[in-house]
Design a binder for this molecule. Structure first.
Ligand code: SF4
Ligand code: SF4
Length: 341
């Protein structure tokens, strides 16, 4: 088994393309914010032009199609094919598992690297209070169908106080379903949770560290590649803001382009798409915050997620918070399993 911190790669561009904000579900921790990002739906020609904007200028460019629920957009297969045509190195679709518009029939396994399903519990009893009645059954049926058709499948679990206790049950479920990659996320207090003031769902360092690394190792022993955010830096570990050193773009249907996902609830985007051109915005924007140095590490986390922080009697932070995009990866020992096998 191999564990490593995945450092930001300046030569790799990652495009997170929200092709609409609408969704059929109402998950408790949903971060989608139509008030900031509109209710537009990208049509195929717009998707093609926007994909072209980000296809040039990096050695490697990856795209993740997101929503809302991206499969509600009937033009998604056109966007997927266009991304392939433009030479995107990897294509991922994040889905809640409902797989609308017969998407599995409209794209081929060699056009999509991964369908990435969101599942927040290893049983309906844990998952469905978070994601909605009947969602566990629908999502796991979607995973099975995707696997039967030869697609690569990953699963995203958003950990909070609602479901952390169930995380140890996930590796067995996922291995049985033939899932290849497992992404453990930490709840962000954005979108719906922010609007409802649900900061109490956040995990303290002790809760996170008592469970997540051990589950990641258990999943890797079962053959899964596991990725989870570092969240807390060890003493002496360097802090870096991805907004300054990585090449990530979070694009919304109203043309806003963010470099940091924690800023998405605010009109602080660095760039916007206007007339099919990528245009820099004037201050104040998120990029004006990236250079601020504070003892807590990430400035945005200090503002938005104070529940992650703890201080000593003199008011010094007990630990620094890593950039939300800094990840740990745990891989199974031995040769890589061929994709789709
Ligand atoms: S978290 Fe995802 S699946 Fe759930 S309501 Fe929001 S967009 Fe839909
Ligand atoms: S999460 Fe914090 S450290 Fe990471 S890009 Fe945003 S502001 Fe920078």
């Amino acid at each position: 088994m191999e564990r490593r911190t995945v450092q930001f790669q300046a030569r790799t561009r990652n495009l997170f393309l929200h092709v609409l904000t609408r969704c059929n579900l109402r998950c408790r921790h949903c971060y989608i914010n139509p008030g900031q990002h509109g209710t537009g739906v990208l049509d195929a020609p717009t998707m093609a032009r926007w994909l072209a904007l980000f296809a040039e200028g990096a050695e490697v460019t990856n795209v993740v199609f997101l929503g809302g629920e991206p499969t509600l957009n009937p033009a998604l297969p056109d966007g997927i094919r266009e991304a392939r045509r433009l030479g995107y190195a990897s294509v991922t679709v994040d889905t809640n598992g409902f797989l609308f518009h017969d998407v599995l029939d409209r794209v081929a396994p060699d056009e999509v690297d991964y369908f990435s399903f969101s599942l927040d519990g290893a049983s309906p009893e844990v998952n469905d209070p978070v994601r909605g009645a009947g969602v566990f059954e629908t999502c796991t049926a979607g995973i099975r169908r995707a696997r039967e058709r030869g697609f690569g499948v990953s699963v995203i679990f958003t950990a909070s106080r609602l479901n952390l206790h169930d995380l140890p049950n996930m590796p067995g479920l996922l291995a049985g379903l033939g899932v290849e990659r497992f992404f453990i996320q930490v709840i962000g207090i954005r979108g719906q949770p922010a609007a409802r003031g649900e900061a109490g769902l956040q995990l303290a360092r002790e809760e996170w560290e008592a469970v997540v690394p051990g589950v990641a190792r258990a999943a890797a022993r079962l053959g899964l590649v596991v990725t989870y955010p570092k969240v807390f830096l060890a003493p002496g570990e360097p802090f870096a803001c991805a907004g300054r050193v990585a090449d990530n773009y979070f694009v919304f249907p109203n043309g806003r382009v963010y470099r940091c996902p924690l800023c998405e609830d605010f009109p602080l985007h660095s760039l916007e798409i206007r007339g099919d051109r990528l245009v820099e915005r004037p201050p104040i924007r998120e990029s004006d915050l990236f250079g601020l140095e504070i003892p807590e590490g990430c400035v945005l986390n200090r503002i938005l997620h104070p529940g992650n922080l703890a201080y000593d009697a003199e008011g010094r932070p007990l630990h620094r918070i890593a950039c939300c995009m800094l990840k740990e990866e745990v891989r199974p020992a031995g040769p890589r399993r061929p994709r789709g096998a």
